[in-house]
Design a protein. Structure first.
Length: 189
């Protein structure tokens, strides 16, 4: 994968974390700048860690799926992208949630929930035989930056603007999955 593709993948994966961070930022009453660092570190850490976990899991059964690994990568990314797009059309029920977004237990739960997609992407990366160090680091850093920004943005502006971040992230994941499939079928024949 090229670095631009890795960054696009990271942006697509970070949209769930960004959306959660915007919502969390909106719930913080006495906002301090270290709040965005705390949430950003947890979200970025889970995204990077789950990507690595998925990659390692994918390597363990790679030899059994070599003939159709590109289809697995495509279908996983298509499913994840489609799920994100579908969820972007649903009404938000968490608007009146009284959960404390700064509690580590809550943050870890949110980190796991938003990084399940990264686990599947890690499996996809193992299937297409790409590296993991640069990919996981980029995913973690991009998610950290997006999440930190999301907390700040959510605390200051979210009540006025309705963004469809899941829609954007879903489209990016579908694009990357389609590109993997086309490259494998037509150029690696």
């Amino acid at each position: 994968m090229s670095f631009i593709e890795i960054v696009l993948l990271a942006v697509g994966l970070s949209m769930d974390s960004l959306a959660v961070s915007v919502a969390g930022g909106a719930l913080i009453q006495n906002y301090k700048h270290h709040h965005m660092l705390k949430i950003g570190c947890v979200m970025g850490g889970f995204q990077a860690g789950m990507t690595i976990a998925g990659y390692l899991a994918g390597l363990s059964f790679k030899k059994y799926i070599t003939a159709f690994d590109h289809w697995i990568a495509f279908l996983l990314l298509l499913y994840l992208g489609g799920k994100m797009i579908y969820e972007s059309t649903k009404e938000e029920k968490e608007k009146n949630c009284k959960t404390n977004p700064l509690c580590y237990k809550t943050l870890c739960g949110l980190g796991i929930a938003t990084s399940i997609d990264a686990l599947a992407v890690g499996i996809s990366l193992a299937c297409i035989e790409t590296g993991i160090a640069l990919e996981a680091l980029t995913i973690g850093i991009v998610t950290f930056l997006f999440s930190a920004f999301g907390v700040y943005f959510g605390n200051h502006f979210s009540r006025k603007i309705d963004l469809k971040l899941d829609l954007i992230g879903g489209l990016i994941l579908i694009f990357i999955g389609t590109k993997i499939l086309i490259e494998h079928i037509y150029f690696n024949g």
